[in-house]
Design a protein around this ligand. Structure first.
Ligand code: ADP
Length: 265
């Protein structure tokens, strides 16, 4: 777009120079586009389970009214669909809460060793469902980063939940913590490794896109919303941490968050 502003002339004279301002609207348009896509995707994701619920309710009011077996089965499906909507809404709310704070610097100090212990304890029952054990491998001592404790618990919960959902039964999920010294100071690397099916290279760059999911057949996998890793990425951006994904098909995946730390004396 072009804005034309007259340059003020000395009193009484007509302006004779004009300043042309070219404003680049493509970035604004792209953001607007992303917003409308997001609303469309979110509405679609919510509508699917809702349409299925309405369909089952109508069936229960009509054809299946007196069929006890069908009724029990339909109610199971309806409960799953309602639970799915509830998960979607929780994830959408988390995402919007984090995006509102995107440019606000984090203030607290958080020991990642404590975050790991909390996630391990909270997700032990989920891991047990797949006969998985969550192990922590941490170098001794505190691993303190600048951050928001609840948000960091959410990051590692999402990563461990994925490791349990997609990891193979009967194996381990390893949460590891270590400090690495680089040229520009130290970083703390906090990673979650599973020994599941891994992720094909072509999907890796898109994993943190909202609603992006790799097609897979498992019933556990179908419970996902496709928002988990975009929540992870948004929280890490706010913490100035980078997310690295290393995955080998047939062997497993490692998701690593690298947090910058100032050396403590
Ligand atoms: P979802 O709610 O579907 O789990 P995510 O954003 O957490 O959404 O993950 C996006 C997709 O990335 C998943 O649908 C899955 O296909 C793939 N994925 C994530 N973590 C893993 C993992 N540890 N092993 C294999 N695939 C994974």
């Amino acid at each position: 777009s072009v804005d034309i502003l007259p340059i003020p002339a000395p009193q009484g004279e007509r302006p004779s120079f004009f300043l042309l301002l070219f404003r680049d609207r493509t970035a604004e348009r792209r953001i607007e586009r992303m917003r409308t896509d997001f609303v469309a995707n979110a509405s679609h994701e919510l509508r699917t389970p809702l349409a299925s619920l309405i369909g089952f309710i109508e069936t229960l009011q009509g054809a299946a009214r007196d069929d006890a077996v069908a009724r029990a089965r339909f109610l199971d499906i309806m409960r799953d669909q309602a639970a799915r909507m509830s998960r979607l809404i929780d994830d959408l709310l988390s995402l919007s809460r984090i995006e509102m704070k995107r440019h606000v610097a984090v203030e607290g100090r958080v020991d990642l060793a404590e975050v790991f212990a909390e996630v391990q304890e909270t997700l032990a029952p989920l891991a047990a469902e797949s006969a998985l054990a969550i192990e922590i491998e941490a170098e001794a001592g505190a691993h303190v980063v600048a951050g928001d404790r609840d948000e960091l618990v959410q990051v590692f919960s999402n990563l461990v939940e994925n490791a349990c959902k997609y990891g193979e039964s009967g194996k381990r999920v390893v949460m590891a913590l270590k400090r690495v010294r680089g040229r520009d100071g130290s970083v703390i690397e906090a990673s979650v490794t599973d020994f599941g099916p891994g992720i094909a290279a072509e999907h890796v760059p898109r994993l943190t896109e909202r609603f992006y999911r790799v097609e897979s057949g498992g019933s556990r996998a179908r419970r996902g919303t496709g928002l988990g890793l975009s929540i992870v990425r948004n929280i890490l951006v706010r913490h100035r941490a980078r997310l690295l994904v290393h995955s080998v098909v047939g062997q497993g995946s490692t998701f690593t968050a690298r947090f910058p730390v100032k050396d403590v004396h």
